[in-house]
Ligand binder design. Structure first.
Ligand code: ADP
Ligand code: MG
Ligand code: ZN
Length: 479
């Protein structure tokens, strides 16, 4: 294997998070009953005309700017003709000759030389999604759901700059983060709103000439993307080593078997008979329009991570976990604001929240609690109103049942004693009853003080703040 280098380029399709489709006003929401979100336009009835959704342009430009691309001002659309049952129009409106964004790059971890490297973006173009075929293996029937027809897509085409499965996966992670931070796509791979075509070739380690590539279409999990790069490189190497030749072809990735299977070669490839889309006028964007979108670009993952580390002193690891999900980012920023303590906020997210998510096998977007609750709990803990153990119990109840923290604390009698006289009397009692511990503490033994704190906590049935008791005992002994 070490005599060869792997080369990989990805074509990523991202469904845009617009409310309506790209050329009609049908809803794009996921999970509606089959064929309930269709109209004459997205099913290509004769005599209908498409009208471009302006939001799609805005999202495409925003994405291009976030990915360091050059924006094409004079745009037009092209018609890609082919017949397939999931495509009732028998053509797809796309952009072949003048993609809306060109150039650009995504920064990833260099898995070969260490440090960072850039994966260049060749282009980004707008196109429309097709419907979905649902095959029933038992009956042999195929059903068609046209809801997805006409959902806007961006196709983001990378240069062949990816060298390993790790880099392919890192590239898709970074890209997904950026798309999410820009609010242009929810990138839910399990719902198909982010899918990748994986192109792979191999070449001798000392060569600069790219080998012949094969393409595996429509991979929709990190696992599949990783596995397909490794397995395909291995397959190609063994073909070459046994004297064979790689042919340029499309292969299907068989997730269950972990192998790719030939589908069609380039010679059999379809001729799409592209021509300029006659039903849509060319679209000219002004530089002012682009500049306006640029001015409103949200803070991107890289800048956000740098700011968290610089301003809040968070570790790179904590920062990267928090920035891995917009739900974490929003919770973190809200909690840090309401508590004035970014550090505590990060610790709770990295500790208790992660534990509960893992234990319940939930994703960040499944968090069902009122987001202010976490800050309320941290403030009660830091204000000495509840113990750390209680704070954890309250948060668990918030996480599971979305309880109101203050109410839950009252109902479960978790509030710590704030009766100064009682605390003082208890501390004095403990000091009086344990002269040996007191003298040990005075001679410098820290454990002796912990023992006294424990005695007080026992007498108060744990309903006191340990730091407060510690402070009180020290004061009283020093007096
Ligand atoms: P097509 O539209 O036929 O799929 P493109 O020229 O658009 O062809 O290339 C598609 C993808 O293939 C790009 O992401 C590109 O980086 C990648 N690619 C091109 N050549 C190679 C190669 N030799 N090895 C691996 N990937 C490649
Ligand atoms: Mg391709
Ligand atoms: Zn429609």
């Amino acid at each position: 294997m070490s005599n060869y280098k792997t080369v990989c380029g990805l074509e990523v399709h991202a469904e845009l998070a617009t409310k309506t489709k790209v050329f009609c006003s049908c809803s794009t929401s996921f999970g509606a009953p089959p064929n309930s979100q269709v109209c004459e336009v997205c099913t290509g009835m004769p005599g209908t005309l498409p009208v471009l959704n302006e939001r799609v342009l805005e999202f495409a430009v925003r994405t291009g700017l976030a990915l360091n691309c050059k924006i094409t001002l004079n745009n037009r659309f092209d018609r890609k003709n082919y017949f397939y049952p999931d495509l009732p129009k028998a053509y797809q409106i796309s952009q072949l000759y003048l993609p809306i964004c060109t150039g650009g790059f995504v920064e990833i971890e260099d898995s070969v030389n260490g440090g960072k490297k850039r994966v260049r973006i060749h282009e980004i173009h707008i196109e429309e999604d097709a419907g979905k075929l649902i095959h029933n293996d038992e009956t042999g029937e195929t059903l068609i759901n046209y809801n997805r027809c006409g959902v806007p897509l961006l196709e983001i085409v990378s240069e062949p700059d990816i060298a390993t499965a790790d880099e392919a996966s890192d590239y898709v992670s970074r890209l997904r983060e950026i798309l999410r931070f820009c609010g242009v796509s929810d990138c839910k791979m399990q719902e198909g709103s982010l899918r990748a075509d994986v192109n792979v070739s191999v070449m001798p380690a000392d060569s600069d000439v790219l080998g012949t590539r094969t393409e595996m279409k429509n991979l929709s999990s990190f696992r599949a993307i990783r596995a397909s790069v490794d397995a395909e490189a291995k397959r190609q190497i063994s073909v070459i080593e046994s004297g064979g030749r790689i042919i340029q072809e499309t292969r299907r990735w068989d997730e269950a078997q972990g192998v790719s299977v030939s589908m069609r070669s380039k010679e059999e490839a379809q001729d799409y008979r592209y021509f300029p889309e006659p039903d849509l006028p060319p679209i000219t964007l002004s530089q002012g329009y682009v500049d306006e979108i640029k001015a409103k670009l949200p803070e991107l993952p890289k800048e956000k991570k740098a700011r968290y580390m610089r301003d809040f002193g968070l570790s790179e690891y904590d920062t990267s976990i928090i920035c891995s999900s917009l739900d974490f980012v929003r919770l973190f920023e809200l909690t840090a604001g309401l508590t004035g303590s970014p550090k505590d906020s990060a610790n709770w997210i990295m500790g208790e929240l992660m534990r509960l998510l893992n234990e319940n096998q939930l994703a960040p977007e499944d968090m069902g609690f009122r987001r202010e609750s976490l800050a309320e709990i941290i403030n009660l803990l830091n204000g000495g109103k509840i113990s750390r153990d209680s704070a954890k119990a309250v948060f668990e109840a918030v996480f599971k049942d979305n309880v109101d923290p203050a109410e839950y604390i009252r109902e479960n009698n978790l509030e710590l004693l704030s009766d100064g006289t009682l605390l003082r009397e208890t501390a004095l009692g403990a000091i009086g009853a344990n002269p040996k511990a007191v003298s040990e503490y005075l001679s410098g033994k820290q454990q002796a003080l912990n023992y006294l704190v424990g005695q007080c906590m026992r007498m108060l049935k744990g309903k006191a703040s340990a730091p407060e008791i510690t402070k009180l005992l020290k004061e009283l002994i020093d007096e």
